[in-house]
Design a protein around this ligand. Sequence first.
Ligand SMILES: *Cc1c(COP(=O)(O)O)cnc(C)c1O
Length: 382
Amino acid sequence: MIPLTRPWIDDTEIDAVTEVLRSGWLTQGSRVSRFEEAFRHRVGATDAIAVSSCTTALQQALHVVGVGPGDDVVVPSFSFIATTAVVAHTGARPVFADVDVATGNVSVETLDAAVTPSTRAVIAVHQAGVPLDLPALYSWCDDRGVPLIEDAACALGATCDGSPIGADAWVAAFSFHPRKILTTGEGGMLTTRDPDVAQRLRQLRDHGSNLSAAMRERAPGAGSTVVEQYLEMGFNHRMTDLQGALGEVQMGRLTDIIARRRARASRYHDLLRRLPGVHPVRDPAWGTGTYQSFWIRLEGATRQDRDHVMAHLAQRGVSTRRGIMATHREPACAGLPGGWLAPGGLESTELLSDTSLIVPLWHHMTDDEQDRVVHALGEVCS
Ligand SMILES: *Cc1c(COP(=O)(O)O)cnc(C)c1O
C-alpha cells in the first residue's frame, strides 16, 4: 500500500532525543530555545515561541486579542476543525467565510461577505500550505481595525511575495503534527512581529510566569535563589526538550524537504495534464506553497463519484483521504451554544470538500510510486 505520507526521521533525530533523555532535563529548556532560534532565523521572524500544538498556539493568539462571548470571529469552514474549535471555546461565535475554488483559501471577497458589526478577529488559513494573499488580507483587516491571525499549520516553508510565511505576521501559528511539513510528534510554534505580543505569548504558555523555564534551567541551584511571579492566569502549553531537540534537527532539513515536495508536485502536474477533468492544487500568482496535502478536484463530479475514485485507488494499493473538511457540516457545529453564521453562503467550500481528494506525496516518494498513483487515477478519471 502506498501511504499518504511518511515523516523523515533518521538516526540524527534518534541521537538528539536520546541525548536529552540522558541529560536529566526533559521539560522545556535549552533545547526548545535552540529550536525557537533556528525557526526564527529560517523564517526571518522577529520572535518565535514554541508551544504544545498549533491548536494551543491559536488559542493563545485569541486570548491575547481578548476574544470572548458576544464577539464574532471569521474563520473558513474549509479547514481542520481546530480552526473553529478554538473560537468556540472562547464563547465567541464562529462566522464562516467561503473560500476561493482555485486556492482553497479565504479572500478579500469571501471576508467581505462574512464580516459583521461584532467581528473581533479573523483567522485565515494557508490551507494545505497554499499561501494566502497576505498584502490584500492585512490591508482588509487594518482598514477595519481587526487583527489577522494566520493559521499556518501546513505552511512552514511557503512564501508570499518572496517572503517566508510567518516572517512578518502579526501572529502566525504552525503545527509539527506528523502530517505537517516538519514533525516533533506533537508541537506548535508562534511567530510575531510585535515584541509585546511575543512577551504575552511566552508568558501564557507557562502559567503566566515571568520567568522562562530556560532561565530556571540556567539558574544556579536550579531555581532555589530565583523566585518567579505569576503575572496573569496562563496555560500549560509548553513544549518538551525532547520535542525541541527533534525540532532543531528537523529544521535543518526544511529547505531540502520543501524542494523535494515541490519537485514531486511539479511531476504530478506534468503527469496529470493528460486527465483533463482532474484539477490539482497549484501555486497562486503571489507565492509558493508547500504541498502539505496534494489535493485534486474532480470536475463535474458528485460526492459519490469522488468516493468511487477513492475506493478504486484503495483497491490498487493507493491510500487517499477525502478532501479537506467542511467544518460547518460536522455534528459538533450543531451543538454550538451560540450557533454559527455563514452570511455569504459556503458553496465553494461544499463543492471542494465533496469533489476533491488528497493523494500520496512525501519527501522520498519514488517515480514508480507516483506513476502508480497516476495510473490508478487514469483508470477511473479518463
Ligand atoms: C493540523 C492543523 C491544525 C491543528 O494542528 P495541531 O498541531 O495538531 O494542533 C490547525 N489548523 C490547520 C489548518 C491544520 O491543518
